[in-house]
Ligand binder design. Structure first.
Ligand SMILES: Cc1cc2nc3c(=O)[nH]c(=O)nc-3n(C[C@H](O)[C@H](O)[C@H](O)COP(=O)(O)OP(=O)(O)OC[C@H]3O[C@@H](n4cnc5c(N)ncnc54)[C@H](O)[C@@H]3O)c2cc1C
Length: 466
């Protein structure tokens, strides 16, 4: 039976980052991935000869070089990656759009602060107090106790509209819990979006994944694709061996799993004391991708990279009651990053809304296709309400389109209920009841591209290198 120092389950961003770190330190490490493509929730694919990203809208946490403790610079250092190799291009601008009120932001926090001072003059002192509380919070420790972020924000900001406008982007980009979030998670998300910022490589996520896999291979890491882990056999409170989808068995001193906490517990035999189904996340999403011959500048949409929108009096971030909740969402225009003299060949608009996993998975094949056809124009119409007026027609001007639902996420990543932000309960220190089995990535509590890589590195350092 093949034996490894460390076996990693899943070749998503956290699994690959953990693998690079371990391989650099001479560990015999192997990543087992069930899918044929690497990247997990942040992968890529081609359809009718056109390339699409799965997850990348905007890479959060963008900072300039030299900001020492910033997550982006920490991962570059720890993975020994040169910053210029990521080829990151900054956003032009993004926007939080509520009925009749807009708050714009870019990668300079002072601009966002000035927008709040202009739109909510009576709240600016409270907002600055909130920023002080965020900066004073030590997010480097794993074991901070739960604190309601809503309560902390309300202690500083008294206008519910501003409160909701702050929460909307943070929840859409990383909350596994409905309506409120752990203040620690709020701090991580606030820093990653408002205090740091958005960037993207022209070529999309392919560039980043290729770079990471090259590093991993050069450092001596092994990768097995199309061969997932079917069972984690436990004996005496330890992982005894892993049984792969191929039937092959392997041993490892340490196992790092990036597939999610309930998903990992489900793999364990005998089963672990935690009803995995009960603990799975409830928040799932659907996304439409529309491709146009024209550039967004040509139809007057040339400013915003990302728009977080909400059409209700109060923003509700909950499992959709219908198949899709059209009252809020996120619009991404990947053309609106500063690519210098370059530009994407075609105009792209992606619209993401909350969706209901049970509804989408209940459809028979034909009904599923019909439901997608029915919901796509409605999703695009909901987003258009928050985009500048233009003659663009999402149907007649669109030259290609695709749409994913919670069913797609389950199929390609194995995430229970299509919950891309994972389970509401996280394992902040990465430990499980099994002494040599650890969690990294989304369900350790760090997500997004940078967050999940940081998690992979931190869990590798803590549980396999120290
Ligand atoms: C539509 C969408 C948009 C997003 N937009 C952004 C964005 O703009 N910016 C941003 O920073 N983040 C974004 N994200 C979030 C980001 O993609 C994730 O937070 C991050 O990629 C999670 O990485 P991970 O390693 O924790 O998990 P995953 O990516 O889920 O990796 C887990 C891997 O394990 C594999 N696996 C599952 N079961 C098994 C098994 N039994 N055996 C072996 N392998 C298995 C899966 O196939 C997967 O490859 C987005 C995600 C989605 C879906």
């Amino acid at each position: 039976m093949e034996r490894y120092d460390v076996a990693i389950i899943g070749a998503g961003m956290s699994g690959i980052a953990a693998g690079i770190r371990l391989a650099h330190f001479g560990k015999k490490v192997c990543i087992f991935e069930r899918h044929y493509a690497p990247g997990g929730l942040n992968s890529f694919y081609a359809k009718d000869g056109r390339k699409y990203d799965v997850g990348l809208h905007a890479m959060t946490n963008f900072v300039k070089p030299g900001v020492k403790r910033a997550p982006l610079n920490r991962i570059l250092r720890q993975l020994r990656i040169a910053r210029e190799d990521l080829m990151l291009c900054e956003q032009r601008r993004s926007r939080v759009a509520f009925p009749g009120v807009d708050l714009c932001f870019n990668n300079e926090f002072a601009f966002f602060e000035s927008e709040i001072a202009k739109t909510f003059p009576k709240q600016i002192d409270g907002f600055r107090k909130l920023v002080e509380a965020i900066q004073a919070f030590d997010d480097s420790v794993f074991d901070y106790p739960y604190q309601s972020a809503r309560e902390v924000v309300r202690g500083c900001v008294s206008d519910p509209l501003l409160e909701d406008m702050i929460f909307c982007p943070l929840m859409y980009y990383g909350s596994s819990t409905e309506d409120d979030m752990d203040f620690g998670q709020f701090v991580v998300m606030f820093k990653s979006i408002f205090l740091e910022g958005f960037a993207r490589p022209l070529e999309g996520i392919r560039n980043i994944i290729r770079l990471l896999l090259k590093r991993y291979k050069e450092a001596g890491g092994i990768r097995k694709m199309n061969n997932g882990v079917a069972k984690i056999a436990i004996a005496g409170g330890k992982v005894e061996r892993l049984v792969l989808d191929s039937g092959e068995e392997i041993e490892a001193d340490v196992v790092l799993s990036s597939v999610g906490l309930p998903e990992t517990f489900d793999l364990c035999a005998p089963g672990l004391e935690s009803s995995a189904e009960k603990n799975a996340g409830r928040l799932a999403f659907t996304e439409t991708i529309s491709v146009f011959k024209k550039q967004p500048d040509d139809f007057g949409w040339g400013e915003d990279a990302i728009v977080f929108f909400n059409a209700r009096d109060r923003f509700a971030y909950r499992q959709a009651e219908d198949a899709v909740d059209l009252t809020s969402g996120e619009i991404c225009v990947p053309n609106n990053f500063d690519y210098g003299d370059d530009q994407l060949a075609e105009g792209v608009v992606r619209v993401t809304c909350l969706a209901n996993h049970d509804t989408w998975t209940s459809y028979a094949d034909e009904e599923y296709v019909e439901a997608k056809e029915q919901w796509r124009p409605r999703i695009c119409a909901a987003a258009r309400e928050f985009m500048p007026d233009s003659s663009l027609d999402f149907d007649s001007d669109c030259i290609a389109q695709d749409m994913f639902t919670p069913k797609t996420v389950v199929r390609y990543t194995g995430r229970k209920r299509g919950a891309i932000y994972g389970a509401p309960q996280k394992s902040k220190d990465g430990t499980t009841p099994v002494s040599n089995l650890f969690i990294c990535g989304t369900d350790q509590g760090f997500l997004g591209i940078v967050g999940s890589m940081l998690s992979g590195i931190a869990m590798a350092n803590t549980h396999a290198l120290r």
